[in-house]
Design a protein around this ligand. Structure first.
Ligand code: SAM
Length: 411
């Protein structure tokens, strides 16, 4: 199912005042008008530059005093245009808000408030990306996540401990973290990012639970990057854990683990493969048995694939037998298109690892690939761990960039 953006209905009390304000002053056009009879109340649609509003004189259609937030790409230009009209009932100003927007608020003649809002550009961060020429840009993102695990590990009361994370991240990982924090406008402090920390802990718990409760003896971590769950977690006996990622990632990872003489707590096998191309033969060659159920983790990957590659990846998972388990994180499409995330997305693209793919309805998307999913939003009680102090935006808020975690069973 697809639901469109809602059209707000604002109450007008006087037709000529409404025309004077919305058409004469704000520059909207009238798309259509409707009344049941010549002496009946007016209902009309007005629009300007893609913004559609319904105005109604009907007694039952809302009360005056509503508020609309309208995203605009140049609030100052709109402000200049309006001031030149010398409308005698409004002389709007423009303000910077603490939530990093530039806003112009105007009341219509009936007490409805229209807030035209534009995201404010962030100050340029001085952080510079330190590249590792031996690695692909998307491979380097794994070192950024490892940098976060290092910061979490070094807290007094960490949600998990990853003794290899600091070295796996290296300068490349920490610099990428700083650059991306700069792009988001968040302070570059020694504290970990709450989203990444919650994600790691959530999937630590989820995959371990799947392995223990379902006696799953095969675990597959796709796009494993610098993931060290094979060493950190207390796996049940006989678990074979497959890590799949590209060669450049394992070149760095294995050398660090070797230097530490790291010992896995399971039978760890690495599979060097490109997940955008056929890869299951390599998994089977490493000892994976498709006849037995498996727990599969797809963490921090899907946004880096294009839509066709994402579908191919999930078609390849058709080798899994029923009762297999899946853990996955994803972003929605608003994350890729919203002006609030534009700076972040631009920096990712400049770094050579653009985000390409989002899913708006993960339950439906996963059902289409044979998985029955439960979706959790970071910050809700199931994925909070005392680390998410903000309210969680309701799922019904259209156009809101969001990320989520899904766990699923194969049907
Ligand atoms: N899952 C790890 C974690 O959460 O720490 C790593 C996530 S990291 C953000 C993205 C990972 O996706 C990198 O390790 C990268 O190499 C891997 N990746 C992206 N595209 C890939 C592809 N086509 N084939 C294999 N791995 C890929």
């Amino acid at each position: 199912m697809k639901l469109a953006q809602p059209v707000p209905i604002l109450r007008m009390l006087d037709e000529s005042k409404a025309r004077e304000f919305y058409v004469g002053f704000l520059g909207f056009s009238i798309d259509w008008e409707h009344r049941f009879a010549d002496d009946a109340p007016l209902y009309m649609q007005i629009s300007r530059d893609g913004c559609v509003i319904h105005l109604s004189e009907h007694y039952g259609d809302s009360t005056p005093g509503g508020a609309l937030r309208i995203e605009a790409d140049d609030v100052d230009a709109l402000n200049r245009e309006l001031l030149e009209k010398h409308y005698k009932y409004a002389n709007p100003g423009v303000q910077d808000t603490p939530w990093r927007t530039r806003e112009m608020s105007i009341k219509d003649p009936f007490g409805n408030r229209l807030v035209f809002s534009q995201p404010r550009p962030l100050p340029e961060s001085s952080a510079v990306l330190i590249r590792d020429e031996r690695m692909s840009a998307v491979g380097e993102t794994a070192r950024w996540v490892a940098a976060n695990r290092a910061l979490e590990t070094e807290l007094a009361d960490p949600l998990y401990r990853d003794p290899f994370a600091r070295e796996l991240a290296g300068d490349t990982g920490f610099s990428m973290m700083s650059v991306m924090r700069g792009a988001l406008g968040v302070p570059d402090t020694p504290n970990p990012d709450m989203y990444l920390t919650i994600r790691t802990r959530f999937f630590d718990d989820a995959v371990l639970r799947a392995a223990r409760e379902s006696s799953m003896a095969q675990v597959v971590i796709l796009a494993a990057g610098m993931d060290t769950r094979a060493f950190r977690l207390d796996w049940p006996d006989h678990v074979v854990l497959f890590e799949v990622d590209r060669n450049d990632v394992f070149e760095h990872k294995e050398s660090v683990l070797h230097r530490h003489d790291a010992r896995a707590t399971c039978d760890r096998r690495i599979v060097r493969a490109d997940l955008a191309a056929p890869w299951t033969d390599a998994l089977v060659a490493a000892g994976f048995d498709p006849a037995r159920p498996a727990a599969v983790l797809v963490e921090g990957l899907l946004m880096y694939l294009d839509e066709a590659a994402a579908h191919r990846l999930f078609n390849a998972l058709n080798i899994l037998r029923p009762d297999s388990w899946l853990g996955l994180d994803a972003v929605n499409t608003a994350m890729l298109t919203s002006s609030f995330t534009a700076n972040y997305l631009k920096k990712l693209a400049e770094a050579g690892c653009p985000w390409l793919f989002g899913i708006d309805d993960p339950v439906q998307w996963l059902a289409g690939h044979g998985w029955q999913a439960t979706v959790v939003t970071p910050g809700t009680p199931e994925a909070n761990y005392g680390r998410w102090p903000f309210p969680v935006a309701p799922a019904v808020m259209a156009g809101m960039p969001r990320a989520y975690f899904a766990t699923a069973r194969r049907e």
